[in-house]
Write a protein that binds this ligand. Structure first.
Ligand SMILES: *[C@@H]1O[C@H](CO)[C@@H](O)[C@H](O)[C@H]1NC(C)=O
Ligand SMILES: *[C@@H]1O[C@H](CO)[C@@H](O)[C@H](O)[C@H]1NC(C)=O
Ligand SMILES: *[C@@H]1O[C@H](CO)[C@@H](O)[C@H](O)[C@H]1NC(C)=O
Length: 185
């Protein structure tokens, strides 16, 4: 009898230890956030100012392209670009586009963009959206996914449309309009 109790106790403690090994994850009640009720669709129109030259470049190439690539294949650049409300460089800055773009296409100029739009003013101050996608720079309109966000943009998903408004290869200045369509909570 005592032996049987001991076995039972041993089995129960084994079961508890298996259960507690799974304690790092649990299914939550979705109603706690009430996702449906608070879902919002936001459109943001921003202008992305990239400058690889001049006295104060906003992006720097940290890896050169392979030697004979005219498409910049193999290059990697890091950016911290101003995001403004209008195409003029002196228009209101509302955030920074921080991340990298890498030459990821051999047959055309096509970048893989990995960037956070980090907002610095108004109700979005401190919030971010994250964009990850392909950017064939010479195309008129490029679509890239919004894969996530933080702060006001928690659970974000959506897409952006990028259109180049100004490009000067000599000075290395590019201004790109980003229309962002973001579902978030
Ligand atoms: C670069 O040049 C090498 C040698 O001529 C050639 O084998 C290679 O295919 C070239 N690469 C590209 C991307 O043109
Ligand atoms: C911004 O720059 C443009 C042209 O460079 C100028 O006409 C305009 O007055 C400037 N706006 C502000 C608010 O400084
Ligand atoms: C944005 O938030 C930061 C950190 O909380 C704060 O220091 C800054 O003053 C805010 N900027 C604006 C324009 O509200």
């Amino acid at each position: 009898m005592i032996k049987l109790i001991l076995i039972l106790v041993a089995e129960i403690s084994l079961l508890t230890s298996i259960a507690s090994a799974g304690d790092f994850a649990r299914t939550m009640n979705k109603k706690l956030i009430d996702l449906q009720k608070h879902e919002t669709l936001t459109h943001l129109r921003l202008y992305w100012h990239d400058s690889i030259g001049g006295q104060k470049p906003s992006s720097v190439m940290i890896q050169q392209p392979i030697s004979n690539s005219s498409s910049l294949f193999g290059s990697i650049s890091v950016m911290d670009d101003a995001l403004t409300t209008d195409v003029m460089k002196n228009s209101t800055v509302v955030g920074q586009a921080q991340g990298i773009y890498a030459g990821a296409a051999q047959g055309e100029i096509g970048f893989l963009m990995v960037m956070n739009f980090a907002f610095t003013t108004g109700k979005y101050n401190g919030s971010t959206i994250t964009i990850l996608g392909g950017n064939a720079m010479l195309e008129k309109a490029r679509e890239m996914p919004v894969v996530g966000g933080s702060g006001m943009f928690r659970f974000a998903r959506g897409y952006v449309e990028a259109r180049t408004k100004f490009y000067d290869p000599k000075s290395g200045v590019a201004i790109v309009e980003y229309n962002c369509y973001v579902l978030h909570y």
